[in-house]
Design a protein around this ligand. Structure first.
Ligand SMILES: CC(C)(COP(=O)(O)OP(=O)(O)OC[C@H]1O[C@@H](n2cnc3c(N)ncnc32)[C@H](O)[C@@H]1OP(=O)(O)O)[C@@H](O)C(=O)NCCC(=O)NCCS
Length: 224
């Protein structure tokens, strides 16, 4: 798409996620990033990556919702509550949302993808799965068939969901976790990095698997 045809975008956030998605959208050509908006008390500098940073209470006058799309680029802090709150606020203020779908992602034509969604590089979403609004699916992740990812959940990098997994609202699944088929991941829960989940995860609970242990031998004594 030529620059003239690309849509304008305001990114909500001014942290590393905002910088990351400014880069991703800029190189995708579908959107032209016009600037950033954050809560007034979080503004550290008036520009970021050469673009204006405006207070969120002025966002409509600076980036009108009838001509600019929004993208919430905020990390999973506070159990995804901030990301969820900003998405709902921007929607109530009349914004339409961009999604970032990597050109290297593979999404079944029979999957449904919501608004303000990220599907990272080399990720897969299989048939009959639903990825709800404001879900982040990090790079190299796999969503098996018939999964349902509820709004605002956050799957970090290289997460694997087997078939028919349900992920509750605002749940967080850490890097490299694997979830067995037909499992429900409760709303607001946290699955730690590398965890293997074989049965349902309770809402608002934290699950981890045994972490790597140090062997009582020196590294130069092992067979490589
Ligand atoms: C589960 C998690 C959220 C807990 O974070 P935390 O509250 O800061 O916990 P701590 O690091 O203080 O660890 C508390 C205990 O749990 C253990 N633990 C923490 N995470 C663990 C994990 N993923 N697997 C196994 N054990 C873990 C720690 O070893 C520690 O045990 P100890 O008390 O016996 O030493 C975090 O460790 C994690 O896995 N985060 C996901 C990382 C990730 O995917 N990041 C991507 C961001 S985009």
């Amino acid at each position: 798409m030529s620059e003239l045809m690309s849509k304008h975008l305001v990114i909500i956030g001014n942290g590393q996620m905002a910088e990351l998605f400014c880069s991703q959208f800029t190189h995708s050509n579908d959107y032209r990033v016009a600037g950033f908006a954050v809560d007034r008390d979080l503004i550290k500098t008036n520009t970021l990556l050469g673009l204006p940073v405006v207070p969120l209470d002025e966002v409509e006058s600076r980036f009108p919702p009838d001509s600019v799309h929004a993208f919430v680029a905020i990390g999973p802090a506070k159990n995804n509550a901030i990301r969820a709150e900003k998405f709902d606020e921007l929607r109530a203020r009349g914004y339409r949302f961009a999604s970032y779908i990597s050109p290297q992602a593979a999404i079944s034509p029979d999957a449904k993808i919501g608004d303000n969604v990220v599907v990272g590089t080399f990720s897969v979403v299989m048939a009959w799965s639903t990825v709800g609004d404001n879900v982040l699916l990090g790079s190299s992740s796999i969503v098996g068939h018939h999964c349902h990812l509820n709004p605002h959940c956050y799957l970090a990098l290289r997460v694997t969901l087997a078939g028919s997994v349900i992920v509750g609202q605002r749940a967080f699944i850490g890097v490299g976790a694997s979830i067995r088929d037909n499992v429900n991941i409760g709303a607001d829960s946290v699955v730690g990095a590398g965890a293997t989940i074989l049965s349902d995860v309770e809402p608002n609970a934290v699950y981890v698997t045994e972490r790597a242990k140090k062997l009582p031998i020196a590294a130069d004594r092992v067979r490589l």
